[in-house]
Design a binder for this molecule. Structure first.
Ligand code: DQQ
Length: 466
């Protein structure tokens, strides 16, 4: 019913996961259980703003079509989670789905446990919560919350995110035989606050290829960072780092290994409009498309949208061999739509800039530019005229970029009403936009500084899943 009430909202995405209504943030407890994918999420069922947090729950067979399930976990008065059930994970403990999350009471978070005996539908909180009564006393910790739990041999291990005053973000390692009694082992590494922030939220450590990857969400940097390195069971030694997504909107991502052995990650995409606009809309927060992770050759963490997404492709059209004369924007389609996938191959030629305009009004009064700027060595999503609404954020986000040695750009762009996800050679940029005009549906492409050439553009309408 909540979903139906908001169905007419032109900014509600059609093929991304989003809450029925109200506030959603971090993905939690991602797991494939008896073949089905379960997605839990930080949910305020009462209001479209963050508040006393519960765990929302949805299930899917294909990571595309989701069925809403009842709220899985809510605060219990006079208990360690009386002010919120904050982020956490679910593991399979010898057939018993076991959740470890941060219970919030009086602005202090401590680890709590709950189990399910009916395939993840209802959850019974451990009467002995919290599992750990205080954060380690030898560290001057700014925070102590969020969990990553795994099994190695006979033991369980847990990371809890934190930040050490004047030193930076960290993740604290614990060991347990039964997921209930935990022995503190120490921080697995020291963040350098100047580079990776003062606090690490939502640590996620996993093996990928022959390396280990640690993903954290950084305060005050407001972005998710990956560190790639080696982990000897006690200490994580990072060799390279980077942004999980350069678009400025993805935070608190969580990954899991599915039955096919894929490492799949989903992140929370926050809003790009004022708090008041969010309250008027009645909902906030969507999930990124599920992404498959892999290691790149230069110590990069690369991501691709899951292959299942191709099942949503409907009406297809293709435009090939189109010259892009300098300093002009060519309309590919005036009504391409706002629920589409666009796959492009462009030959930059000698052009200094090439741009793809999406969600473009016929008169150009609204459009979002995906800008490949060779001169500045940048790839950016330019939202300066994405929306006529004064409530929409306008700042650009981007990353360092230079074209491949053959001078070609190969890019996949997913437009889904108020979200744009760009994938280029495994790098991602995700943004949020809120066009106001019903006809801001156009797709155009242009070159500056010199001529370029569109080798091919494939466009598909995407089938909504809701
Ligand atoms: N969101 C949760 C916390 C986490 C933060 C609270 C990250 O557990 O640190 O809603 O967005």
């Amino acid at each position: 019913m909540l979903r139906e009430r908001l169905q007419a909202d032109p900014h509600r995405p059609g093929y991304h996961f989003l809450p029925p209504a109200n506030w959603m943030s971090d993905p939690n407890g991602l797991i494939q259980w008896r073949g089905e994918y379960h997605l839990f999420y930080q949910y305020n069922p009462e209001e479209p703003i963050w508040g006393p947090i519960s765990w929302g729950h949805a299930v899917s067979r294909d990571l595309l079509h989701w069925q809403d399930l009842p709220v899985a976990l809510s605060p219990t008065p006079d208990s360690p989670d009386s002010d919120g059930c904050w982020s956490g994970v679910i593991v399979d403990a010898a057939g018993i789905p076991t959740m470890i999350y941060s219970g919030n009471r009086n602005d202090r978070q401590l680890p709590c446990l709950a189990i399910s005996t009916d395939d993840l539908l209802t959850w019974h909180k451990n009467p002995h919560n919290p599992l750990i009564s205080a954060s380690p006393v030898d560290l001057d910790l700014l925070t102590f919350r969020d969990h990553c739990v795994w099994r190695d041999g006979d033991d369980w291990y847990q990371l809890i995110g934190g930040g050490i005053r004047f030193r930076g973000g960290t993740a604290l390692l614990y060991r347990s035989a039964d997921l209930r009694q935990w022995e503190y082992l120490g921080p697995i590494c020291d963040g350098r606050s100047a580079e990776t922030g003062e606090i690490w939220e939502c640590p996620d450590l996993f093996a990928l290829g022959d390396q280990h990857v640690l993903i954290v969400s950084s305060i005050p940097l407001r972005r998710a960072i990956y560190l790639i390195g080696s982990f000897d069971g006690r200490t994580f030694t990072p060799h390279t780092d980077g942004d999980v997504d350069a678009g400025g909107h993805l935070y608190a991502p969580l990954s899991f290994r599915d039955d096919q052995g894929r490492r799949i990650m989903i992140g929370w995409l926050w809003e790009g409009r004022t708090l008041n606009a969010q309250i008027v809309a009645g909902w906030a927060g969507i999930m990124s498309l599920p992404r498959t992770l892999r290691l790149g050759s230069k110590g990069r963490l690369l991501a691709e949208p899951i292959a299942e997404l191709e099942q949503l492709r409907r009406r297809h059209r293709q435009y090939c061999a189109i010259e892009l004369p300098s300093d002009a924007l060519i309309n590919l389609e005036a009504k391409a739509g706002n629920m589409i996938e666009v796959d492009l191959t462009i030959d930059l030629g000698k052009a200094t800039q090439v741009a793809l305009a999406v969600c473009r009004a016929p008169d150009g009064s609204e459009q979002t530019l995906i800008l490949f700027d060779r001169a500045r060595g940048r790839l950016e999503i330019d939202r300066s005229i994405a929306s006529l609404a004064s409530t929409s954020h306008r700042e650009s986000f981007g990353m360092d970029w230079s074209p491949a040695s053959n001078g070609q750009i190969q890019v996949r762009v997913f437009v889904d009403r108020s979200v744009i996800e760009v994938f280029i050679e495994g790098e991602c940029l995700t943004s949020r936009v809120y066009p106001q005009q019903a006809n801001s549906l156009g797709l155009a492409i242009g070159a500056w500084g010199n001529d370029a050439r569109l080798i091919c553009a494939d466009i598909w309408d995407m089938q909504p899943v809701w």
